[in-house]
Ligand binder design. Structure first.
Ligand code: A2P
Length: 270
């Protein structure tokens, strides 16, 4: 089972694989998160927009684990682009989860989902300043962003005090976003990979299946390992226990030749 942590630029540590809960409905979230905790996951990723924080929180509470031994991430809804609204949404999240602090809080996206691409620079700066305040008050151990491109990150770096600890982006074989990856590395921003299986679409790919067989692993394990080899933090999600277990058993190495092959993939979802 994969162990170990990535370390943020403020020295807070985050377990190398997280359990993603996007698209897990509230009524399934309790069982899924319980299964994940039972099988050694100590890092759970949710969001106010997933509408499952309540049962994610209940599962964590019911499980025999100290608060400091679990890493909880949640996200500020994408449509919120103001200082006071950010503080209010944060309070809603910690109330839903039943916790008094978060380990990581992210701006969910640089623009509202129904206005993708809109320039919300000023709003994002206001959100970020509110998150910096919460961070300085000790209510969040690390702050970051999600779905940000370089042009979205740069104003935060230019106008704010704290460099984001994280950028959570869609990342999988065929969607490496090399420029963004290099930019984040340069600024010590940990890249988290959501949809590491391309939401399942890569699992039946013949070349992935063939390469996985060579390593005696499943396609999902190969794809998750790829994220780690690229120094990103995968957030696989599943509602099935055998898959939840399998997705953490990725303690093998992909050869440099095979890594180069994987880097050449086209994005299957385009
Ligand atoms: P399920 O929840 O039924 O297990 P991604 O993390 O890229 O968004 O992909 C999630 C999708 O992949 C879900 O549909 C999930 O289905 C499926 N999935 C997750 N882990 C595995 C696995 N180990 N083998 C096959 N499918 C998986």
């Amino acid at each position: 089972m994969i162990k170990g942590n990535f370390v943020f630029h403020n020295n807070v540590e985050i377990p190398k694989i997280g359990f993603g809960t996007w698209q897990i409905p509230n009524d399934e979230a309790y069982d899924s998160v319980t299964m994940a905790l039972k099988n050694g996951y100590t890092h759970i990723d949710t969001a106010l927009a997933y509408k499952n924080e309540e049962n994610v929180g209940k599962a964590i509470k019911a499980f025999d684990i100290a608060r400091e031994d679990i890493f909880i991430t949640s996200k500020l809804p994408a449509q919120i682009k103001g200082f006071d609204e950010t503080l209010a949404a944060f309070n809603e999240t910690i109330t839903n989860l039943g916790v008094d602090y978060l380990d990581l809080y992210l701006i969910h996206a640089p623009w509202p989902w129904d206005e993708k691409g809109k320039d919300c620079t000023e709003g994002n700066i206001q959100c970020w300043k509110a998150m910096e305040q919460l961070y300085n008050e000790g209510k969040i151990r690390a702050i970051g962003v999600s779905n940000f491109e370089i042009k979205d990150l740069q104003p935060i770096l230019d106008h704010c005090d704290i460099v984001p600890m994280v950028n959570q982006i869609p990342f999988y074989v065929g969607r490496d976003q090399e420029d963004l990856l290099a930019f984040c590395k340069q600024h010590h921003i940990v890249v988290e990979a959501y949809s590491p299986l391309a939401t399942g679409e890569l699992l039946d790919h013949d070349d992935i299946k063939k390469m996985a067989e060579k390593y005696d692993v499943t396609p999902a394990q190969l794809l998750i390992r790829y994220c780690l080899e690229r120094e990103t933090l995968p957030l696989p999600k599943s509602t099935h226990e055998e898959r939840i277990i399998q997705n953490k058993q990725v303690d093998f190495e992909i050869s440099s030749e095979d890594l180069e092959e994987l880097k050449k993939f086209e994005d299957i979802r385009k």
